[in-house]
Design a binder for this molecule. Structure first.
Ligand SMILES: Cc1ncc(COP(=O)(O)O)c(C=O)c1O
Length: 445
């Protein structure tokens, strides 16, 4: 049986009668709630024997090594602050190699924010768009090749795959392009931790470094994530730990660490069967939908995601999501064009029955032809980090067209900005901002 050193330690403390003259203040108890009473017993801090996340040489180091073996990485580091912390660490590592990074525009705002903080200039590559919000798609190897030829001083290439709709890039081919140009490929694989069970995880495909939100697709508490270093990674585990520590709390959650630790056992033992079963269930669901005339994206590489193409089904995505809610289904995300359902082996037969019943109640209509034109990348007037430090004013969105944005505007989820500080707002961007409820925009004076 795969070992679980963090969980074992936390459990041992929980079962013991030691007097907790250490943090947290709850001392393993809760004043009135029985659920939190149980949880609090496991919630400890970095006491003797508990190791230190920033210099993991004891139980945390041991568990991270186990995770590295499971993921096939040179090193795996735990985060209790989501992929966001891994992204901050990746951008910080990149900043040591230069001041410009080539990145797919479908990046999460954690990346934008890190570049802004660390004064990194971003050369955007617009993925083949899949919706007029401009938020999703896949960057191609050719696009990366061209971007690297245009910008030979780029410090790294940064890609998001899978994205919020389940689009995946050809990481293997892109890793080859990056290798040829001598730059590391950094991946945001927040949505794809479970891909390690096959061959498509970015680390197996040649990425130098990548982050996974374990909490999104594995049985891990919210906040649990990994930063993996690949075989060809130019940075050491020590480099990465130091960069993570720059942005981390010095009080990591042991509840999250213990759940990451238990995920190792799950990955080693039950997960291969569980996710194979899930793949079958998802295929069956797709078959059912096809039969019923409900269109979905062909994102089978990210098979745990079912992305309903609401427009092609003749529905507005927000109305479709409301209809699913009436049947007791809460989707992960919906916009006017798509509804995203995320599944893992932890859904029950009742959940699957409920979904198939709910889908049966949906009557497809005539496909909606959206008037929107494909998202058009705004003109970059200055780097975001520069614009974010200049005087600004708030104006009604209609009056912001032609002005330079002083802020990043992103609906979350999916957290992909439509405009960043330093970019000129054009008509379409103004319209998208208004559609997502931003009627006032900050622009440079
Ligand atoms: C593509 C992508 N990257 C990064 C993040 C941030 O991940 P986390 O919530 O684990 O910090 C998200 C969150 O939804 C995301 O969708």
């Amino acid at each position: 049986m795969s070992s679980t050193p963090i969980y074992d330690f936390v459990k041992q403390i929980s079962d013991s009668t030691i007097s907790r003259f250490f943090m947290p203040g709850h001392k393993g108890r809760h004043p009135f709630d029985p659920f939190f009473q149980d949880v609090s017993r496991y919630d400890i801090t970095e006491i003797e024997g508990a190791d230190v996340l920033a210099q993991a040489e004891g139980i945390i180091g041991e568990s991270e090594e186990l995770a590295a073996t499971l993921f096939g990485s040179r090193a795996t580091l735990y985060s209790t602050q989501g992929s966001t912390l891994g992204i901050q660490a990746m951008v910080s590592l990149i900043s040591g190699r230069g001041d410009t990074v080539i990145a797919g525009r479908n990046a999460h705002m954690a990346f934008y924010n890190a570049c802004l903080l660390l004064r990194i200039n971003v050369r955007w590559v617009l993925p083949s768009h899949t919706d007029p919000y401009g938020i999703c798609g896949a960057v191609t190897p050719d696009q990366v090749e061209r971007a690297l030829c245009d910008c030979p001083k780029a410090a790294a290439v940064y890609l998001t795959s899978p994205d919020y709709l389940g689009n995946t890039a050809d990481i293997n081919a892109i890793a080859g392009v990056c290798k040829k140009h001598g730059v590391p490929l950094c991946c945001d694989n927040a949505h794809g931790a479970y891909l390690t069970l096959g061959e498509t995880h970015p680390i197996k495909q040649g990425a130098a470094v990548c982050c996974d939100s374990a909490h999104k697709t594995l049985p891990v508490l919210t906040g649990g994530a990994y930063l993996h270093l690949g075989e060809n990674c130019p940075w050491t585990k020590q480099d990465a730990k130091e960069r993570m520590a720059l942005f981390s709390s010095s009080s990591p959650s042991y509840l999250i660490l213990a759940s990451l630790d238990l995920a190792n056992r799950y990955l080693a033992e039950e997960a291969p069967r569980g996710y194979e079963r899930l793949r079958g269930e998802m295929m069956e669901m797709r078959r059912l939908m096809k039969q019923k005339g409900i269109a979905c994206l062909d994102n089978q590489a990210d098979y745990a995601k079912l992305t309903i193409d609401a427009g092609r089904t003749g529905w507005d995505g927000l109305e479709l999501a409301a209809k699913l809610r009436q049947s007791g289904i809460e989707p992960e995300y919906a916009n006017p064009y798509y509804v995203v359902l995320m599944a893992t082996p932890f859904l029950t037969q009742r959940d699957w029955n409920r979904l198939s019943e709910a889908l049966k109640k949906i009557t497809p209509g005539r496909p909606i032809t959206w008037e929107d034109t494909p998202y058009c990348l705004p003109e970059a007037v200055m780097p975001a980090f520069q614009a974010a430090r200049l005087p600004w004013e708030s104006v009604p969105a209609d009056l912001a067209v032609g002005r330079v944005s002083a802020q990043t505007v992103a609906a979350c989820p999916p957290g992909v900005p439509v405009v960043t500080a330093g970019e000129r707002i054009h008509e379409q961007i103004k319209n998208i901002c208004k559609k997502s409820g931003n009627f006032t925009l900050k622009v440079l004076k």
